[in-house]
Design a protein around this ligand. Sequence first.
Ligand SMILES: NC(=O)c1ccc[n+]([C@@H]2O[C@H](COP(=O)([O-])OP(=O)(O)OC[C@H]3O[C@@H](n4cnc5c(N)ncnc54)[C@H](OP(=O)(O)O)[C@@H]3O)[C@@H](O)[C@H]2O)c1
Length: 310
Amino acid sequence: MRDVYTTDDLTNWQACCDEEGAPLKLAVLGFPITHSLSPVFQNAALTHLGRSERYVRVEAAPERLAETVSAMIAARFIGANVTIPHKQTALTLCDAAEPLAQRIGAVNTLQFRDGETLGFNTDAPAFARVVRDEFGVDLRDLRVLILGAGGGAGMAFAHQCASELCERLVLVNRSTQKAQALAKQLAPFFGGAKVDGPSARIAARQWAEQILREELETIDLIVNATPLGLRRTDPSPLPDSLISPHHLVFDSVYSKNRTPLTEAARRVGARSVDGLPLLVEQGALAFEIWFDAEAPRQVMREALRFIIAA
Ligand SMILES: NC(=O)c1ccc[n+]([C@@H]2O[C@H](COP(=O)([O-])OP(=O)(O)OC[C@H]3O[C@@H](n4cnc5c(N)ncnc54)[C@H](OP(=O)(O)O)[C@@H]3O)[C@@H](O)[C@H]2O)c1
């Protein structure tokens, strides 16, 4: 299978399917997209369930996203995943979107049904599920601090925390205004409670060591929703001195070995999880939207671990 297809390939999609000898009916759309591991575990799931459809990468430049989605509908795709930088724009291309995706303002999953494009955000519920599965606790019982709350993933996680009414939600972002705007948007979930201040259930705080130190004393779950850790040379988003053994640490980033943040958590004796279970879970939830059947999560996880270890 080719590593990447383009928007132009979609205009003669039958030839691409013939070349592969398979119906190419699902894709991940991004720009760039070569790094995406979604085809690895989605194709493992399709094979496991005896389905003939295949899942590919399609590189779509931002100015060609609408054209790409139209071409996928014409080529009778079942659906698609959407990743950086298309999640917000893709929402505007949907005929309908689930309420959560509308509130977040971004979709990561499209379903093409009866000529309509339906939008979903599976990052948010996947985050909640991974927290429950990995740490054995629900968001509603946690005081959560999100680093990178102004980005697509951070906003999705914050909306999930708010809709599950977590005990306290602290939003931190490099550019603080984005965290402040999000805190205002989410305040109604907490009964219109006061935004900010030490007793507020939702607060936007500046990314400064002393402020983080004070906040983290009473935080249960630390979430990294920044790309810090994607590159080998990246520092941990938090120094060891700010992490305590009582913290649960959730890193959206994944790598072959530990990420800088999960490594820092290990050093201080805190429990942690990297972004791999999230990657699988958001994909599994998308799979279930497309096929209305339970996704084989174990098969998906094993396929991913195998390729990452290789
Ligand atoms: N495992 C998974 O399945 C999964 C799913 C979704 C996302 N992710 C990961 O989550 C990360 C964020 O993705 P995204 O889609 O939310 O990206 P995004 O929309 O580009 O947002 C990036 C966020 O990180 C902040 N940021 C960027 N560089 C930073 C730095 N050097 N120091 C501090 N903050 C920085 C940005 O702050 P500003 O607003 O100040 O720019 C913004 O809040 C990526 O690493 C992505 O791989 C993983």
